[in-house]
Design a protein around this ligand. Structure first.
Ligand code: AMP
Ligand code: GLY
Length: 422
């Protein structure tokens, strides 16, 4: 099978690594890819928002399956674009339709969906451009902290947790006046939930689903979960506090009703559902949905899956996911992200990277890197993921940390405490 993978992050490098292991894979292209994916297939120098260009590439290169990594093209309707393109009817596309991707593309949509299908989540209300006064009154009646969310996609930065009513009012006004651009035209204000977060992933064909290994990511830039939110500074899988009983609750109260909702609303959905969950007094609640895999969870989840990913994707496309099962490796996996100093605020790009060999069992997944002549340069805030397996998460993390210094670049930063709370 000739496969085109869309994206350029650590998630996509990990997916490329896994897809490449499939005996079914005859050729792999990654668009646009990074310096790491170039070793697994051919990188394609096109922009992810150039749907016409991608369609031409697919036709010219006999692509049989397109796997969509990131959320932006999904929310912009790349699935529908392929489905409606007369020359691309036979191409399998792994990802939800635009309608299904609204679970991530609009927080208010996702909250209304959860309410309709009885899925536990924080209580909430939405406010539009002309509801400044109503919003301020609503905030005044809340017990802080108050959670404000820009409705649209904001690369993980559209959520503010305000410690006081005064701060929440100020931020609410700033959001309505364009702090997050169009993403903040509508704002969701919700109840603050306190508990332990974890990530559950399902692959669905729109009717059936299969669960992937559970994971946890570490979003804050600083040790001890302090400072600004990032795309993710590390991950572990499995998660010690998520036992079988908890997974059963998650499946019954959250996963099943979500897939049932997708089915009832007739969304064309052939891809991943990412459940961002929080455990509050023993019960799981949904913090958010994403319509794709998590980053850096993917880097810890995929090395624990024994099943052929392309066979799973093919079954997804053909609506046969109920016939499949996902075989999981009991070994744990962990990931530590190396970032450019300054991230998630201003940071340098284009610094030369130096690599020393790492043991075979350690995986390096590139995130923000590119090749220039014979050099690999940093090319993003999150630069590289160091992933390792071990008999438990501690051993996996020890192997990660034993190798973080094999990768050098100016102003490298990473958290030394991934897994600290487990
Ligand atoms: P989101 O982009 O919705 O995942 O939000 C980013 C982060 O903000 C989450 O991972 C949580 O740590 C935090 N967060 C979001 N919503 C809530 C909430 N209702 N209560 C507490 N924390 C939240
Ligand atoms: N790790 C969280 C995310 O991918 O959004």
């Amino acid at each position: 099978m000739v496969v085109l993978l869309l994206g350029n992050g650590g998630r996509e490098h990990a997916m490329a690594w896994k897809i490449k292991q499939s005996p079914v894979c005859s050729q792999l292209y990654i668009l646009p890819g990074n310096a790491g994916t170039a070793n697994l297939g051919k990188n394609v120098n096109l922009s992810l928002n150039n749907f016409e260009g991608i369609a031409s590439f697919v036709q010219e290169n006999g692509i049989e399956m397109v796997v969509v990594g990131p959320e932006v093209p999904l929310v912009e309707g790349i699935y529908d674009f392929f489905r409606n393109h007369p020359a691309l009817q036979d191409v399998m596309v792994i990802g939800p339709s635009r309608a299904g991707a609204q679970l991530e593309g609009s927080k208010a949509f996702a909250k209304a969906f959860m309410d309709e299908f009885g899925i536990p989540t924080a209580s909430w209300r939405r406010f539009g451009q002309h509801q400044l006064e109503e919003g301020l009154d609503y905030i005044a009646a809340q017990t802080p902290p108050v959670v404000l969310k820009a409705d649209g996609l904001a690369a993980g930065k559209g959520v503010l947790i305000c410690a006081s009513v005064a701060e929440a009012k100020k931020e609410f006004e700033a959001m309505l006046s364009g702090k997050f651009g169009d993403a903040g035209q509508t704002i969701v204000i919700e109840q603050f939930l306190s508990g332990r977060e974890f990530s559950v992933f399902a692959l669905t064909d729109g009717k059936n689903y299969q669960l992937l290994p559970v994971a946890k990511d570490y979003k804050r830039i600083g040790e001890g979960d302090t400072g600004l939110n990032t795309g993710g500074m590390g991950s572990v899988s499995p998660v010690s506090f998520v036992d079988e009983a908890m997974m059963k609750r998650v499946e019954e109260h959250i996963v099943k009703p979500t897939i049932e909702g997708i089915k009832q609303r007739n969304y064309d959905y052939k891809g991943f559902v990412f459940f961002g969950l929080i455990e509050v007094n023993g019960a799981p609640y949904v913090i958010e949905y994403n319509c794709r895999m998590g980053d850096p969870e993917t880097q810890s989840v995929l090395p624990r899956i024994k099943t052929d990913l392309l066979e799973l994707f093919r079954a997804t496309w053909e609506g046969r996911l109920s016939e499949m099962s996902i075989e999981t490796d009991p070994m744990a996996a962990a990931t530590v992200i190396l970032v450019a100093g300054g991230y998630p605020e201003a940071y340098d790009k284009g610094n030369v990277m130096h690599f020393k060999p790492v043991p075979e069992e350690v995986l390096l997944f590139h995130a923000g890197t590119r090749t220039l002549e014979n050099h690999i340069l940093t090319d993003g805030g999150r630069v590289l993921a160091v992933t390792a397996r071990g008999k438990d998460y501690k051993e996996a993390l020890e192997k990660c940390y034993a190798n973080v210094d094999c990768i050098q670049f100016e102003k490298k930063y990473f958290r030394r405490d991934i897994g600290f709370d487990l």
